[in-house]
Design a protein around this ligand. Structure first.
Ligand code: FES
Length: 101
């Protein structure tokens, strides 16, 4: 079986990394060695890895409402440790966008 890779680009810094099908965006960011997404608990519990998906398809696991409200989720706000790509993605991260929290 082939392992598909998806390109994930941070729209603020224009830096990119590759994320495998089924891999979380946070793991791929860490694996790339680029500190695009802040790392916390890696388990959906702290909200450190909160990002905005600006474009592309993705799927998420369960996300705590304490960190991502239903309204935010509807606007593409996700926890990167709970999100996997379904296509190439454009993201905005608080690691590179100081105004984003
Ligand atoms: S790293 Fe803690 S919620 Fe994602």
């Amino acid at each position: 079986m082939q392992n598909f890779e998806h390109l994930v680009t941070d729209v603020t810094s224009q830096e990119s990394f590759c994320c495998l099908d089924g891999e979380t965006l946070l793991n791929a960011s860490v694996r790339s060695g680029k500190n695009i997404i802040p790392v916390g608990c890696r388990n959906g519990g702290c909200g450190m890895c909160k990002i905005e998906i600006v474009g592309g398809d993705y799927r998420t696991g369960k996300m705590s409402r304490a960190h991502v409200t239903e309204q935010e989720e509807g606007q593409g706000i996700v926890l990167a440790c709970r999100t996997m790509p379904g296509s190439s993605l454009e993201i905005r991260s608080k690691g590179t966008s100081p105004g984003f929290n």
